[in-house]
Design a protein around this ligand. Structure first.
Ligand SMILES: [Zn+2]
Length: 64
């Protein structure tokens, strides 16, 4: 397992409600599309979309 080459996830975080939230506005994001290797989330509050590789899901920070 080599995590040193993986960029840190800063655009989204897991919230305590189990959803993925947008880091810049704090709103919950909705799953927009699912690909074999990535998930696309959309933020309804600021109309941004974020692509998350499946391999990066385990590295999303959890809100405390
Ligand atoms: Zn947002």
């Amino acid at each position: 397992m080599d995590t040193s080459v993986s960029p840190r996830i800063v655009s989204v975080y897991w919230a305590l409600d189990g959803g993925i939230h947008h880091a810049s506005c704090g709103q919950r994001m909705v799953l927009q599309a699912r690909q074999p290797d990535a998930l696309h989330f959309a933020c309804l509050a600021c109309s941004e979309s974020v692509r998350l590789p499946i391999s990066a899901l385990a590295r999303i920070p959890v809100a405390t």
